[in-house]
Design a protein around this ligand. Structure first.
Ligand SMILES: Nc1ncnc2c1ncn2[C@@H]1O[C@H](COP(=O)(O)OP(=O)(O)OP(=O)(O)O)[C@@H](O)[C@H]1O
Ligand SMILES: [Mg+2]
Length: 357
C-alpha cells in the first residue's frame, strides 16, 4: 500500500501538482502556510470520509478555480481518483482504474491513518470526534465498515423523516426501517467491539515504553445486538418522534481512552501524555493492519516531529523505518528530520510549489 505518484488539480493552494514518491519516508518541510498539510489532506481523501480536516468540499477547491478539485494517485498499476464535478458539487466522485465506484470503496485499496495537531483536542471535545476516530480505525482494518456506517446513517435519516410526519407513519413501514437500522447498527457496533479488543491486545504487545500505551474502552452500551437495537427502536418511537431524532443507538456511542500504566482517563492526562497515547494507538493499529491485511497502512504525521523531544523523535523515526511502509511527515524546519534514515525523500514546500531537495 504505497503511492508512487500523486497528482492534484485545483486542490487548496495547488492549481496543479505532480509528485513522484516512493515507499519509505516522504518529508515535507516549509514555512507556515506553505501547503504541507494540504498535501496530507489530499492523500487523506484517498480514504472514505471527509479527510483529515473534515472540510466541506466547497472549501477544498483552489480559490481562483471553477470549483472542481481532483486528487489522483498511482499505486503501482492501480489508479485511484477522487474529486468533485460541476454536476455533483456536494458529493465527491471516485474512480478506480477509470471506473466509477462508491467513495467508500477506497478503503478496499488503501488504509490511511493520520495524526494532526487538531487531534490534540480529541479527548477533551465531544463524542463525535472520538466516534469518528474509532470508525476510521475500524475501516482501515475492515473496509466494509465505512459502507455499514453509511447505510446505518441513511436508514436513520429516513426513519427520522418518517417520524417527523404529521401523522404517525405506517407501522409496517417503520418496522421494516427499524429492521434495517438494527441490522446495520449491530454490524457497526460489533465491528467497533472487535477492533477495540484486537487493538487493546496489540497495544499491550507493542508497549515499549516510548509512548505511553493506551487502553480503549467502549462506553457501556447494551444496544449492540440486532435484537436489542430493534426492540429499543420500537419502544422509543414516540420519544424519538417528540425529539425529532433517534435518541439511542450506535450513532451515540463513545469511548474512553486510558493511560495504560497510570490507569488515568486520557482527558485528565497532560497534553504531552495525550499526544503519546494517540501515537501508541496509531502505531499499534498500523501493526494490526500489517498483520491482518498483509501490508502496512500509509501514515500521515502532520507536525509530529516538532512536538517530540530529540530522543523520542529519533526513536520514532527508527521504529517507523524498521517497520517499513510509506510515512508522510511535515514540519517547518528541515532540521527536525535530520535523524530520518537515508533514502527518505525530502521536499521543500513554498507557496504551492514543491521542490525535491
Ligand atoms: N481553497 C483554497 N484555495 C487556495 N488556497 C487555500 C485554500 N484553502 C487553503 N488555502 C491556503 O493554503 C495555505 C497552506 O495551508 P497548509 O495548511 O497546507 O499550510 P502548512 O504548510 O501546513 O502550514 P503550517 O506550517 O502553518 O501548518 C494557506 O495559506 C491557506 O490560505
Ligand atoms: Mg500544517
Amino acid at each position: 500500500m504505497t503511492i508512487s505518484r500523486l497528482t492534484l488539480q485545483n486542490f487548496r493552494n495547488y492549481p496543479q501538482l505532480r509528485l513522484e514518491v516512493a515507499p519509505g519516508f516522504i518529508v515535507l518541510s516549509g514555512e507556515n502556510g506553505a501547503g504541507k498539510t494540504n498535501i496530507l489532506e489530499a492523500v487523506s481523501l484517498l480514504s472514505p470520509g471527509r479527510g483529515l480536516r473534515r472540510a466541506a468540499l466547497k472549501d477544498i477547491s483552489y480559490e481562483n478555480s471553477d470549483g472542481d478539485f481532483a486528487v489522483a494517485a498511482e499505486l503501482g498499476d492501480v489508479q485511484l481518483g477522487t474529486g468533485t464535478s460541476a454536476e455533483y458539487p456536494e458529493r465527491r466522485k471516485t474512480r478506480v482504474n477509470g471506473a466509477a465506484v462508491p467513495t467508500n470503496d477506497l478503503a478496499q485499496w488503501l488504509s490511511i491513518l493520520w495524526l494532526t495537531p487538531a487531534m490534540d483536542r480529541l479527548f477533551m471535545e465531544g463524542a463525535s470526534g472520538r466516534r469518528n476516530f474509532l470508525d476510521r480505525l475500524v475501516t482501515a482494518l475492515e473496509p466494509n465498515h465505512a459502507r455499514n456506517c453509511a447505510r446505518y446513517d441513511a436508514a436513520r435519516r429516513e426513519r427520522n423523516r418518517l417520524l417527523a410526519d404529521e401523522y404517525m407513519p405506517d407501522t409496517e413501514w417503520l418496522d421494516a426501517l427499524d429492521g434495517q437500522l438494527a441490522s446495520f447498527g449491530a454490524a457497526v457496533a460489533e465491528a467497533r467491539v472487535r477492533i477495540t479488543e484486537a487493538l487493546n491486545i496489540r497495544l499491550k504487545i507493542t508497549d515499549d515504553g516510548l509512548f505511553a500505551a493506551a487502553k480503549l474502552k467502549l462506553d457501556d452500551n447494551d444496544l449492540r445486538s440486532e435484537n436489542a437495537l430493534q426492540q429499543a427502536l420500537r419502544v422509543n418511537r414516540q420519544a424519538d418522534r417528540a425529539a425529532g431524532r433517534t435518541l439511542k443507538g450506535p450513532h451515540r456511542a463513545d469511548m474512553t481512552v486510558f493511560h495504560g500504566t497510570k490507569g488515568q482517563a486520557a482527558e485528565k492526562c497532560s497534553t504531552g501524555e495525550q499526544k503519546a497515547l494517540l501515537f501508541s494507538i496509531i502505531l499499534a493499529h498500523a501493526d494490526l493492519i500489517a498483520e491482518k491485511r498483509g501490508s502496512r497502512p500509509i501514515l500521515l504525521l502532520d507536525e509530529v516531529a516538532a512536538h517530540l523531544d530529540p530522543r523520542r523523535r529519533a526513536a520514532l523515526f527508527s521504529k517507523l523505518a524498521e517497520k517499513g511502509g510509506q510515512v508522510w511527515l511535515t514540519g517547518t524546519e528541515p532540521e527536525l528530520f535530520k535523524d530520518v534514515p537515508d533514502g527518505a525523500l525530502h521536499f521543500q514546500v513554498a507557496e504551492g510549489t514543491i521542490t525535491k531537495c
